[in-house]
Design a protein. Structure first.
Lengths: 396, 396
DNA sequence: AAGGTTAGTAAAACCTATTAACTAAGTTGA
DNA sequence: TCAACTTAGTTAATAGGTTTTACTAACCTT
């Protein structure tokens, strides 16, 4: 499974060492500023072990020592943080409307980014185009002198769970593309970990991995764009993105929520995507793929049928959120994707529907936090970079 | 997390030893008859390690040596199997219509079973009733001389992911019941691992853990009974059942598939359970909870509206299966629960709907195997026993 | 300034898997 | 029939990691 790491079988002691290293790393990532003693307490490792592991991590540029913090009497502990200065990861998204790239550091800060709004053509030329942009990005002064950990690429379609291959991208017209292989043909790209993943999965992973504050137990990221996808993540020290048998985990855009409803481009009727998606809304408004949906909607905001259309789309989104809750039951929901540019008229009906239809099962327990990412231009690209970091961390 | 084990952080070397022990155990469980050398090859451990671990496992009655098998030249390997003679696990299901109990061995064979068809009253008296039945079961001759690994209890409602507490069983009228605590008050029950889980989760786990032949990567078990639930399992050596934030993973009966449809007992409209469930079908046919659904349906099989009702229910089930595929995308689907007694008239429309609505995403990849359990009387109880074994195995 | 408290380090002991060499037990073929 | 070969499994020494234990460091309280 080239796209995931689950430490499930032992082997040698190296395994244990690497396990401890990444456990400590993830402990600091989840709560920056812990001291060696804190880490020992939290992980169950001894102070001595933590001390020696931290030393190597500091030497290799993954951790840095921070300020002292005194707590009552006794020698104050030395705060530890992920070192944001010595490494970077490249993340890219091949989106339906263009290419987006970021370089970010171990803390998830974007050091440099670029985007080029022009739909990808065929896979080969897109690889060439992306390679050029990547090499331009690597010239950025903020990156100078850092080591590159690798490159993650997010794509708009399911990726095979057994190999890093994009199996189908309906909105690009690509089928079974080994995009990383194409990229490898390009000159001057950096070594390191190379990963390919679905755009929603990558975004979900990034939001979880670089979560500000203590991350939830699990998280679902709904990507509302041309189509509707969803990525799921959970796992304390080793966040895992379930992919499923055919890489279709979270393809909620094609769950049927209106039997006998409108015809979807997938061939079925009543898919969620026929009610809420960039594709369906553009269709209903008579727009082209290149037209700005939010601009058009804003321009026609006064028209009753446009209002009703967006309202219905919002309610369908709320229903999807509810169904997701009764199926995957994540600890947190994040809404992202270009549809978020529609703002209140779409989002408010969605939230209202979600709130109004909490049933007995949900009502009695703590309600689920919902976060909305208004501008998710680089969310997937940064998420792909996060996946690179997670993989590199276990090989430190 | 008393209900799950995920080996994620290291600690000491004991951890590693136990990890290797249960890895080897699960390797033999998944492919019975392997030799020590085979295991070494498959797990990546050395022959020496495998040899010593296998020795302790044989001594402790978890593995037994079988026949020799010669493959070409060279010394023949000694086949290894799980030892079905020295241990047993107790599994029980507190169902809406009665109590079901099994004692089974490490291979998943049911050594003894009993069921008592009378709806559970309040939690306390039910615990007393179950305890009596358990102690009766333990007198069975097939169990004599074996060590009991523990007791697993399956219940018809979501279990809190943080504590072994049944949060809500709408069909029993129970709320926040600590059923294991009640059981512990009863005399003479055996020690060992005690677990509580949702009935669909337990069934899913059991079907996965005791799968005949090589188990799929992941599996979803749809429990079609008074309500509709679903359990999911995946994980090679350490199968994991995701529970979610509030224990609602797989509560697909309350996903909405017909907005504005019939009123569900949960308060919402158009839940799947309003179309396909023992509850809704009895309602439509004017039956009591105690009436046999399958008998009534068979008696009225000639009536057109009954036929249509069952047909619609089957189609709703097929739609649920399809939506599940676009959300959790398991490698295998298993259908169980008392609704399966309705046989062809329900199942055929479900399978037909599922087949007919495979969309582009599904069509190009290998289709998903579907297994139907006609008689799932003891499936959940045996699954609960399987969970006990899995837990006990990591502490061997 | 002495005593108390917590943080972190150093060296030895310990434990487990590996390595490498061995024995065991079958098949093949002259 | 027997030597050569091949694969299975065991044994003893080694290596590599974590822990234990004892220590030093550094700050606060009185």
């Amino acid at each position: 499974m080239p796209n995931s790491f689950t430490p499930q079988t032992a082997g040698d002691l190296n395994y244990l060492k690497s396990l401890n290293r990444s456990t400590i790393l993830s402990t600091v990532r989840r709560s920056p500023g812990l001291s060696r003693a804190d880490i020992a307490l939290e992980t169950g490792l001894t102070k001595a072990t933590v001390g020696s592991v931290v030393q190597t991590l500091v030497e290799r540029g993954w951790l840095r020592e921070g300020e002292l913090h005194a707590r009552g009497g006794g020698r104050p502990g030395r705060a530890l943080y992920l070192d944001g200065e010595r490494h970077y990861m490249l993340g890219a998204e091949v989106g339906v409307k263009g290419l987006r790239l970021v370089a970010c550091n171990l803390v998830g800060e974007i050091l440099a980014s670029s985007h080029q709004e022009a739909p990808p053509a065929d896979p080969v030329s897109t690889a060439t185009r992306l390679a050029k942009l990547l090499n331009q990005l690597r010239e950025a002064p903020a990156i100078a002198g850092r080591r590159c950990l690798g490159l993650g690429v997010a794509v708009p379609g399911p990726v095979s769970p057994t190999a890093p291959i994009l199996s189908l991208a309906p909105n690009l017209g690509w089928i079974d593309v080994d995009f990383l292989a194409l990229l490898r043909e390009e000159p001057d790209l950096p070594d390191g970990v190379w990963l390919l993943d679905n755009e929603a999965n990558a975004a979900a992973f990034g939001e979880f991995y670089f979560f500000e504050g203590m991350p939830p137990e699990s998280l679902a990221y709904i990507s509302a764009d041309i189509g509707i996808g969803c990525g799921v993540v959970s796992g304390e020290h080793f966040p895992v993105v379930p992919r499923g048998y055919q890489g279709l985990v979270g393809e909620i855009g094609h769950t049927v929520i209106q039997p006998g409803g409108a015809l979807c481009h997938c061939g079925n009727r009543g898919c969620a995507e026929t009610l809420v998606s960039g594709w369906a809304l553009r269709e209903s408004l008579g727009l082209d793929i290149d037209d700005s949906l939010s601009a058009s909607v804003q321009a026609r905001a006064g028209e009753a049928d446009v209002q009703a259309l967006i309202q219905r789309a919002g309610e369908a989104l709320g229903l999807l959120m509810l169904n997701l809750h009764h199926t995957l039951n994540p600890s947190m929901l994040i809404l992202g994707g270009s549809l978020m540019w529609l703002k209140g008229p779409l989002i408010e009906p969605a939230l209202a529907y979600f709130e109004a239809h909490q049933n007995d099962l949900l009502r009695q327990s703590q309600s689920v936090p919902i976060k909305i990412i208004e501008d998710s231009t680089f969310t997937a690209a940064r998420g792909a970079a996060a996946q690179v970091m997670a993989r590199a961390a276990i090989e430190v």
